[in-house]
Design a protein around this ligand. Structure first.
Ligand code: SF4
Length: 617
C-alpha cells in the first residue's frame, strides 16, 4: 500500500490562488518518492467559501484579526478577552459578522473538514505555516492529532524559521517534526525514514529537519539548482474550485516562482548585516538561487496549458537582476493576454518596465519604503529618493505597470531630518500614485532584530499583543514573528505624524483629480511636438495648467526622463551653457515640474495617453 501524505495550508493566505509551497512540494515528493501518494488540502479555500469571500479577504489583510479567530477555537476560555482585542482591530471594517459569529462559522466549517477527511490514513501530515497562519495551523494540528495519533505531523514555512520553529516543537506536543528552510529535501528524507522497513525513526541529525530527539540540528538542506524542481502541481486546488457550486466558483490566479532568496545583499554601514535592515523575508534560504529563463518560460507555458488561466503572480521576494528585459520580451512573444504581478526594486530600469508591460505586467509592488535618501541609507536599502521618484513617475504612465508601494514610518533611529526630507520630497511626488504608510514592525531575524544597538533599541521580545492570543504559559516558551522593543517608540510616533497627515491629503487630492475627470490621464503629463512640448498639470476645480518648452529646453526636459547629473546635461547640450541651464532647471524645480537631489535632476511629467506613449524601442 502506498504511503499517504497530506500537505495542508490553513487560513489566511489569499483564497483565490493555490499555495505555491504545496504545489512545489507535491510535485517534488511525487516525483522523488513515487511509492507515496501526496494530496494537497487548501483548507483556507474551504474556510473562505463557507465564511464568504469578502469577510475572508478583510480578515486576511490584518495579521492580528487573522490570528485572533482561530485562537478563539484553540482556547475557547479566552473568547471574552479575544473579543475585546478583535473589536479594537476590526474598527472601520464592515465585516457584517461579529467575532462570536465568525468563530461559530469557523467552528462549523472546521468540524466539517475534520470529519470529511480520513486523517488517520495519512502517515505524514505536513503544514505550511507562513504569515497569519499560526493559530489556524495549531488548531488543526491539535484536532487532527486527536483523531489520528499515529500520523506524524511536520510543520515548515516562514513562520517556522530558526528559533520560531524550535520553540513550536518544544511547546506543542502535537508537532513531531519541524522543517527549517526550504522543504523539499528534508521532507523527502523524512518520508524515506518513515517508510523504512524498520519504521522506528532514527534521530540522526539532518540539516533543516528538527526532531524531538535532536531538535536543534542547524543548517539547511536546499536544492542547488532550482531548474531541478518539477513544475508545481496545483491540481488539488483547481479540482476543489471546480467542485464548488456555480455561485461560489471563481477563476483562480496562479503563483509563479523564479527565484528563492534575495540578491540584494549589500552589507550595512556597520558591516554587521546584509540586505534591507527591516527585512526578514530571507530566513528560509541560504544564498540566492534563480531558475534559468528557459525553464521559467517552460513553466509558464506548462501551467497555462494545464490550468487555462492567464493571471499569474511572481512570488519572488524580488525579480532576478539580470536580463529581465529579455525574459519579458520572450514572454510577450508567447502572445497571450497575461496579467502579471511582481515585486521589484526601485532601481528597475525603464526598459525593463516597458518589456514587463509588453508581456502583461499589470501591477508591481516596488520597494520604495522611504522618500528620504538619508533614511534609505539607514535602512540599507541601496536606493535614493530620486530613484524612488523616478520609478513612481514611470509607473504613472498609462502604458506601464501600476505601482503599489509602502512608505515606512516610525523606523528606529529615524530623526527630525529624515522626516523633514520626507515632507519636502513628498511635495514632488503628488502627481504620482500615493504610497501606503506602514508603521515599522520588528520582524524576528531581521538585521535590526539581530543588531538592535545599532538602531538604538533594546529589550526585544514577542509583541505584547500576543498575550491576547496565547495563554501566558504557552507564550512564555514561544518565539514569534512580530517582535516588540523599547527605544524611542512614542517619540517616533509623534515625529512621523505630519507625514501620515501629508499622505492622507495626498490620497485625497490624487483621487479627487482622477474622480473629477472621465479620462485616466496622469496628473502631470506631456505632449511632444518634436521641436516643442506641452506639459499639462491637472488641477482640482480649475482648468489644467500648461507649460510650453521649445528647442533645447524641451531637449533637456526629455533627457531628464531618467535622472541625470548636471555635468551630463551640460555635456549633452554644450551650446546652452551653465549660466542658462542652471536657472532653467531651478525654475522647473520651483514649478514642481522637475526634482533635484544633489547634482541630479529628474523630469516629473510622463507621456500623456494616446500621444507620445512609448513602445518597445
Ligand atoms: S526588502 Fe526586498 S530587497 Fe530588501 S532584503 Fe528584503 S527581499 Fe531583499
Amino acid at each position: 500500500m502506498s504511503l499517504r501524505v497530506a500537505l495542508i495550508s490553513t487560513p489566511w493566505p489569499l483564497f483565490n490562488r493555490p499555495s505555491l509551497q504545496l504545489g512545489n512540494l507535491k510535485a517534488f515528493l511525487q516525483r522523488e518518492f513515487p511509492k507515496g501518494k501526496v494530496e494537497a488540502h487548501h483548507l483556507y479555500l474551504d474556510i473562505a467559501e463557507s465564511l464568504g469571500y469578502e469577510i475572508y479577504r478583510s480578515i486576511s489583510q490584518t495579521s492580528w484579526l487573522s490570528e485572533s479567530c482561530f485562537a478563539g477555537l484553540l482556547y475557547p476560555g479566552r473568547i471574552p478577552l479575544l473579543e475585546r482585542f478583535w473589536k479594537r482591530h476590526a474598527k472601520g471594517l464592515s465585516l457584517k459578522q461579529d467575532f462570536r459569529e465568525i468563530c461559530g462559522n469557523l467552528q462549523t466549517e472546521s468540524d466539517r473538514i475534520l470529519a470529511a477527511i480520513s486523517w488517520s490514513s495519512y502517515r505524514l501530515i505536513g503544514f505550511s505555516i507562513c504569515f497569519n497562519q499560526l493559530t489556524s495551523s495549531l488548531y488543526f494540528i491539535h484536532k487532527i492529532k486527536k483523531v489520528a495519533p499515529d500520523s506524524k505531523i511536520v510543520i515548515g514555512g516562514s513562520a517556522c524559521s530558526g528559533e520560531m520553529g524550535s520553540s513550536l516543537l518544544k511547546t506543542f506536543a502535537g508537532i513531531d517534526f519541524v522543517v527549517t528552510g526550504e522543504g523539499e529535501k528534508p521532507l523527502l528524507c523524512l518520508l524515506r525514514r518513515l517508510s523504512a522497513r524498520k519504521p522506528l525513526f532514527e534521530p540522526e541529525p539532518y540539516p533543516g529537519l528538527l526532531t524531538r530527539q535532536d531538535g536543534y540540528a542547524t543548517g539547511f538542506s536546499q536544492l542547488s539548482n532550482l531548474d531541478d524542481l518539477p513544475v508545481p502541481d496545483f491540481s488539488d486546488f483547481f479540482n476543489r474550485v471546480a467542485a464548488m457550486s456555480p455561485e461560489k466558483r471563481f477563476l483562480p490566479g496562479l503563483p509563479l516562482e523564479m527565484s528563492r532568496g534575495c540578491w540584494w545583499r549589500k552589507p550595512s554601514e556597520a558591516l554587521t548585516e546584509r540586505g534591507c535592515a527591516f527585512c526578514n523575508l530571507n530566513l528560509q534560504w541560504q544564498g540566492y538561487r534563480a531558475k534559468s529563463f528557459t525553464r521559467i518560460l517552460t513553466e509558464i507555458r506548462s501551467l497555462v496549458a494545464t490550468y487555462k488561466v492567464l493571471t499569474l503572480s511572481f512570488m519572488d521576494n524580488l525579480l532576478p537582476p539580470a536580463e529581465l528585459r529579455d525574459l519579458f520580451l520572450q514572454i510577450a512573444a508567447l502572445q497571450k493576454d497575461f496579467r502579471f504581478f511582481a515585486e521589484i526594486r526601485a532601481t528597475t530600469g525603464t526598459k525593463d518596465l516597458e518589456a514587463m508591460a509588453e508581456a502583461g505586467m499589470a501591477e508591481v509592488q516596488v520597494g520604495i519604503e522611504a522618500l528620504s535618501t538619508r533614511l534609505l541609507r539607514k535602512m540599507n536599502k541601496g536606493t535614493t529618493a530620486i530613484q524612488n521618484l523616478q520609478v513612481m513617475k514611470h509607473c504613472e504612465a498609462s502604458d506601464l505597470p501600476r505601482l503599489t508601494s509602502n512608505l515606512i514610518i516610525h523606523f528606529p533611529g529615524s530623526d527630525g531630518e529624515d522626516v523633514k526630507e520626507t515632507l519636502e520630497n513628498l511635495r514632488y511626488a503628488l502627481p504620482f500614485r500615493p504610497l501606503k504608510t506602514t508603521p515599522f514592525w520588528l520582524g524576528y531575524g531581521s538585521p535590526i532584530w539581530s543588531n538592535p544597538d545599532a538602531y538604538g533599541i533594546r529589550k526585544i521580545q514577542n509583541h505584547p499583543w500576543y498575550a491576547n492570543i496565547f495563554p501566558k504559559e504557552i507564550l512564555g516558551t514561544l518565539t514569534l514573528m512580530i517582535q516588540a522593543y523599547q527605544g524611542g517608540v512614542m517619540e517616533q510616533k509623534r515625529m512621523w505624524r505630519p507625514v501620515s497627515q501629508a499622505i492622507q491629503a495626498w490620497n485625497k487630492s490624487y483621487s479627487a483629480l482622477h474622480r473629477s475627470r472621465s479620462s485616466k490621464d496622469p496628473i502631470l503629463s506631456y505632449q511632444d511636438g518634436k521641436d516643442f512640448m506641452i506639459i499639462r498639470e491637472l488641477r482640482n476645480d480649475r482648468e489644467a495648467l500648461t507649460h510650453r518648452l521649445h528647442g533645447t529646453s524641451r531637449g533637456i526636459y526629455l533627457f531628464c526622463e531618467e535622472n541625470r547629473e548636471i555635468k551630463e546635461i551640460l555635456h549633452r547640450y554644450p551650446g546652452f551653457g551653465e549660466e542658462k541651464v542652471l536657472p532653467f532647471l531651478t525654475m522647473m524645480r520651483e514649478k514642481k515640474l522637475m526634482f533635484r537631489e544633489g547634482e541630479r535632476y529628474l523630469s516629473l511629467a510622463v507621456p500623456g495617453k494616446g500621444y507620445g506613449s512609448r513602445r518597445i524601442r
